[in-house]
Design a protein around this ligand. Structure first.
Ligand SMILES: Cc1cc2nc3c(=O)[nH]c(=O)nc-3n(C[C@H](O)[C@H](O)[C@H](O)COP(=O)(O)OP(=O)(O)OC[C@H]3O[C@@H](n4cnc5c(N)ncnc54)[C@H](O)[C@@H]3O)c2cc1C
Length: 313
């Protein structure tokens, strides 16, 4: 029989690593799984300036510090890509890499999100260099410079307003019009340094010496009227995708793939909790991910305790 744990945490980003730390400190046996190196999305973030107590810190450095904390506390870690969860008194966690399922009384899902990509030339080369998915994180790099915002929904508008405060010029290129909240959209459009190009198809990020030179786009319907706008940075807001496909065959409720939890991070499957960017919520940042992770681990501890009390009665 495979080894049983009190808690298995799926995903070693900020949410999962925090959950593992709180779990092991609460005397739970904890297994932390990730398909990649620990750290999650922050590994690819150049500079983090909004995680209290860390000053200005490189994302990979912060990820390493978090991982070091898990190891100093004795959290067991395995590289594994989870492809299925099976419900039961002990949940079974199936992975691509191991023949046998891992088993645990409680599970915390902290598998985060990935950005929806434009999939156009230049994008892969410039990702993390001059193409970003987070203005709050990378906007300051473009102080008094020109940037492009790809997309016209609420995220594009909110982050575009943030960028307009910092940058010289914000050029929006979107395949519809601005589709976010109308009042905010009109405010955004009225800003002196914002130009909106609606109903356009983005075709290419132009690269020069490994850096962004500009963006090429044309009319969406006809692909005519090709235009090039020069810029120093580009921010993509065409949506994110939760890494939750492996839950498709379960009863865990979701909203467009984002796991629905209550304030205690409980999912609709008893004993299974979720934390971080993969849940349905408003603000996806490190500080909210660590917050969720701590609550989820505390609730996992209480779940185990209540099961033990039931057995003794
Ligand atoms: C470019 C960029 C810059 C950012 N900058 C900042 C910033 O400056 N400040 C800030 O507060 N926030 C920033 N953020 C947001 C921040 O990174 C996220 O809010 C945070 O990482 C969420 O943590 P998480 O643990 O929920 O998910 P993630 O960090 O996404 O971690 C999820 C983990 O789960 C793993 N995983 C996924 N699927 C599976 C599976 N099936 N099996 C096993 N493992 C799996 C992934 O490999 C990953 O390691 C930035 C985001 C991006 C994209």
């Amino acid at each position: 029989m495979s080894k049983r744990y009190d808690l298995i945490v799926i995903g070693a980003g900020p949410a999962g690593m925090t959950a593992a730390i709180y779990g092991v400190r609460a005397n739970l046996s904890v297994l932390l799984l990730d398909k990649l190196a620990p750290g999650g999305n922050i590994v690819n973030t150049n500079l983090i300036e909004n995680y209290p107590g860390s000053g200005k810190i490189n994302g990979a450095d912060l990820a390493y510090k978090m991982y070091e904390d898990t190891q100093n506390l004795g959290v067991e870690f395995e590289y594994a890509t989870v492809n299925k969860i099976e419900d039961g008194e002990f949940k079974k966690i199936y992975t691509d890499e191991f023949d046998e399922a891992f088993e645990a009384m409680t599970v915390i899902i902290a598998t985060g999100t990935r950005p929806r990509m434009l999939n156009i030339p230049g994008e892969a080369e410039l990702a993390g260099v001059n193409v970003s998915w987070c203005a709050i994180c990378d906007g300051a790099k473009y102080r008094d410079k020109d940037v492009i915002v790809c997309g016209g929904g609420n995220s594009a508008i909110d982050e575009g307003i943030y960028l307009a405060d910092i940058c010289n010029k914000v050029t929006v290129v979107t395949d519809f019009d601005l589709t976010g909240d109308p009042t905010t959209a009109e405010y955004f459009r009225s800003l002196d340094n914002v130009e909106v190009n609606s109903y356009k198809a983005i075709q290419e990020f132009l690269v020069e010496d490994g850096h962004l030179k500009g963006i090429k786009f044309a009319d969406k319907d006809t692909l005519e009227n090709e235009q090039i706008v020069e810029a120093d940075g580009a921010f993509e807001y065409i949506g994110t995708l939760p890494n939750t496909e492996f839950l498709e065959d379960t009863s865990i409720e979701n909203d467009r793939g984002y796991i629905i939890t209550d304030e205690k991070m409980r999912t609709s499957m008893p004993g299974v909790f979720a934390a971080g960017d993969c849940i349905s919520k408003g603000l996806r940042q490190i500080v909210t991910a660590t917050n969720d992770g701590a609550i989820a681990a505390q609730e996992a501890r209480l779940y185990k305790k209540s099961k033990e009390m039931d057995e003794n009665n």
